[in-house]
Design a protein around this ligand. Structure first.
Ligand SMILES: *Cc1c(COP(=O)(O)O)cnc(C)c1O
Length: 398
């Protein structure tokens, strides 16, 4: 069986994890701080905070920005549930909009959905391709949007418009107009979950790139505390001689990254471009070449003049088929011992969101993308022979 996306774990990673375990310090400490610094350099931002998942990171930032009941957050209907769940957990209203045929949130639809209650726009770099950020910023910066924006705290007043909070769970290492993911949106949250390009088993990172007037260093300090019970000192600081006394500044959350997890990231990030992304691009190119000449298929966009994907998911679509036919094709592919997947079931098709009143009928492009989509295996250890096998099996199964 060819698997779909096993995590990349080799001796370099295992050794770093063993070193962390033997060091005497296993929760947030020197390795987490080092991973944060490496990520900040890699993404081209001043400060990065690591947390225990992208979901926690997104919710932390919504709460930091003061998003709550009565507020609206615009997000695509075509995404993983985490994007919308965090909005619901804050008590705010998720406002879903449709996507384009490149799977990315439609800027035109954002423009139509924006109201004076819109506090945040959450673009999702689905399958690793960055969204149309310049156009999204143009919308949130429109005179009438700024004029109607209703700030309810100091941060919102300072920004003076809806926050652009990128769900970049898929797009570590992608480029938008020469800038790396992390440095494009106001705030960007990356995931290191086991199926993502770079994994710490579970984990996430918050990249701060807010406009002038926001002090990344002081926000970072606030977030360190907020991600650890609102405590004034972390556990490591408290172990210093006679440093036992602490305060709780506000009721915080508990979503800090452990040093055991950070060890995996420290081992992987320095070779992520030269090894992981390089191989993923080779696989994308091989699939692209194999299916491009066959008009039964619609190929994903993963490189344009302005964008370069992180090659996270190869989202192939089959032309002129129904959802049932797609499911049948997937069944046949599995019978031939190749694992494929579907990214994603649009949120309005899931019970929780249907119960909130969303209907897939309002999101025709999301449904069309989903109904014809088959995600192919992409991972570092996938061999050339396996790539050939995947291509042959997919073609036979149509
Ligand atoms: C995986 C994923 C998340 C959540 O990441 P976690 O680290 O598992 O919380 C969020 N959004 C999208 C689009 C994802 O695919």
């Amino acid at each position: 069986m060819i698997s779909f996306s096993p995590p990349h774990v080799d001796d370099v990673i295992i050794q770093e994890v063993i070193d962390a375990l033997r060091s005497g310090w296993i929760t947030t400490g020197p390795r987490t701080k080092k991973f944060e610094q490496l990520l900040a350099e890699y993404c081209g931002v001043e400060r990065v905070l690591c947390v225990n998942s992208a979901s926690a990171g997104l919710e932390l930032m919504l709460r930091w920005f003061g998003v709550g009941p009565g507020d609206e957050v615009i997000l695509p209907a075509y995404t993983y549930t985490a994007t919308a769940e965090v909005v619901v957990h804050c008590g705010a209203t998720p406002v879903m909009v449709d996507v384009n045929s490149d799977f990315l949130i439609s800027v035109e639809q954002i423009s139509k959905a924006i109201t004076p209650k819109t506090k945040v726009v959450m673009p999702v770099d689905i399958v690793g391709l960055p969204c149309d950020y310049d156009e999204i910023f143009a919308v949130v910066n429109k005179d009438e949007v700024r004029r109607d924006f209703q700030p309810s705290n100091e941060y919102q007043r300072k920004l003076g418009r809806p926050l652009v909070l990128a769900d970049a769970a898929h797009s570590l290492g992608a480029y938008y107009k020469g800038k790396r993911t992390g440095s494009v949106a106001d705030i960007t949250v990356i995931s290191f979950h086991a199926v993502k390009n770079l994994t710490t088993a579970e984990g996430g990172a918050i990249c701060l790139a807010l406009p002038e007037g926001f002090d990344a260093e002081s926000i970072y300090k606030t977030l360190c505390s907020l991600s650890l019970h609102g405590q004034s000192k972390d556990a490591l600081a408290k172990t210093q001689v006679c440093s036992w006394r602490y305060d709780v500044v506000e009721c915080g959350f508990k979503c800090n990254m452990t040093d055991v997890a950070a060890a995996m990231g420290i081992a992987e990030l320095p070779r992520y471009d030269s090894m992981i992304l390089k191989r993923r691009k080779e696989i994308f190119d091989a699939y692209n070449q194999a299916f491009a000449s066959d008009d039964r298929f619609q190929l994903p966009v993963y490189e344009t003049n302005e964008k370069r994907s992180s090659y996270h998911v190869f989202a192939l679509r089959v032309n002129g088929i129904t959802e049932q036919q797609r499911d049948e094709i997937i069944h046949r592919i599995f019978e031939k011992e190749v694992s494929v997947n579907v990214h994603f079931i649009p949120l309005p098709m899931l019970t929780a969101y249907r119960n909130m009143g969303f209907s897939i009928d309002d999101y025709p492009v999301s449904y069309d993308n989903f109904s014809r989509e088959i995600s192919l295996p992409v991972y570092y250890n996938l061999t050339d022979e396996q790539i050939e096998r995947v291509i042959a099996v997919v073609k036979e199964s149509i």
